[in-house]
Ligand binder design. Structure first.
Ligand code: AMP
Ligand code: MN
Ligand code: MN
Length: 317
């Protein structure tokens, strides 16, 4: 693994595409755009296309953001799949994998089962952006690439607060800062600033939250009707589960979004005890030990009951 470098992996490839998971977050968007910029800096004659679902507009300052599109055909010498534990999480853009001579997955999810044969997975990396940083030549990282990678580090570590942030994460962040990026502005504009709508949804989710398992778990939900009422997008719910998680006494936080009638996107977080990647994987999802997700169907109470059974088994075990 240590010998592998992006430059070696991409050597000779002229047409390259990059994709990531559905509903791209900061790490997914940052890693795709950061790798794009790095590859183009290395060889301007290359074609590098990024196929993702629309990414949050707060990331629009990143180089290449306006070039992001959905896959609509074409062959590639090489396809990079980033921040994806399971090809099913790519969505419709996964069609580009079949049209590439070589597919390489770079990821940091503990639940990555290596379904893509050439997979580089490092579960103790805080972010895919950290892993990419390791695979890039430090001196070839431009300011534009650094902005992308820094964004991924900031978002997957919750501004270096989560337990996944290591000495190495901080050192990588420090080197990226020295590329001259507006690091404080990136944190403020993309992570801390909330729109009025986002704050209203956060407020609702907090008011309507329910404690269970003697206060060791908390759950809240935003229904499809509420989403429609506020004309909210999925990205407007970013951060709600993290606010639930910091409730005193809570180990495990669940935040559910109703995507379709009685179909919930479930976000799970834990502080110390519950391995939420196991809970999510049990229900067909995945993620990390302290942050994971899955999709579940049924009434709100059915879904909470099913989840709480798995969570309680770990809390009591
Ligand atoms: P989220 O709660 O959406 O922020 O996701 C937390 C972590 O779990 C991220 O690393 C996601 O990539 C992962 N994750 C979320 N939903 C799923 C899913 N349905 N299948 C696999 N991994 C997921
Ligand atoms: Mn991600
Ligand atoms: Mn990630």
């Amino acid at each position: 693994m240590e010998q592998v470098k992006i430059d070696g992996l991409a050597a000779g490839a002229q047409k390259i595409c990059i994709t990531g998971h559905i509903r791209p977050d900061g790490d997914c968007t940052g890693s795709c755009l950061g790798l794009r910029r790095y590859l183009l800096d290395g060889d301007v004659s290359r074609q590098v296309d990024v196929f993702l679902q629309p990414a949050p507009t707060v990331f629009s300052f990143l180089d290449g953001f306006d070039q992001i599109r959905e896959y609509d055909g074409g062959r590639y010498d090489l396809c990079f799949v980033l921040d994806v534990s399971d090809p099913e999480r790519i969505g419709e853009n996964a069609a580009c994998l079949k049209q590439a001579d070589r597919v390489i997955c770079i990821d940091h999810h503990v639940t990555n089962a290596g379904l893509i044969p050439e997979t580089y997975v490092k579960p103790n990396a805080a972010a895919t952006c950290e892993l990419l940083f390791d695979l890039m030549d430090e001196e070839k990282i431009s300011k534009k690439t650094a902005e992308c990678l820094y964004l991924g580090l900031v978002h997957d570590t919750g501004i270096f607060r989560h337990s996944n942030a290591t000495r190495h994460t901080m050192e990588a962040a420090g080197i990226l800062m020295e590329k001259g990026i507006a690091h404080a502005k990136i944190i403020s504009d993309t992570f801390l600033t909330k729109t009025y709508l986002q704050n209203q949804l956060l407020g609702r989710a907090l008011v309507e939250s329910i404690l269970f398992c003697e206060g060791r778990c908390i759950v809240s939900m935003i229904s499809g009707r509420t989403m429609e009422f506020y004309k909210a997008k999925h990205e407007d719910l970013e951060g709600i589960v993290d606010q639930l998680r910091v409730t005193k006494g809570v180990d495990c936080a669940i935040f559910m979004t109703e995507m379709e009638f009685r179909v919930y996107k479930v976000s799970l977080r834990s502080n110390e005890k519950v391995d939420v990647s196991r809970v999510a994987a049990y229900f067909g999802g995945g993620g990390h030990v302290r942050a994971a997700g899955c999709t579940l169907s049924g009434t709100f109470y059915d879904v909470v009951n099913n989840l709480s059974e798995q969570i309680a088994a770990q809390l009591d075990g």
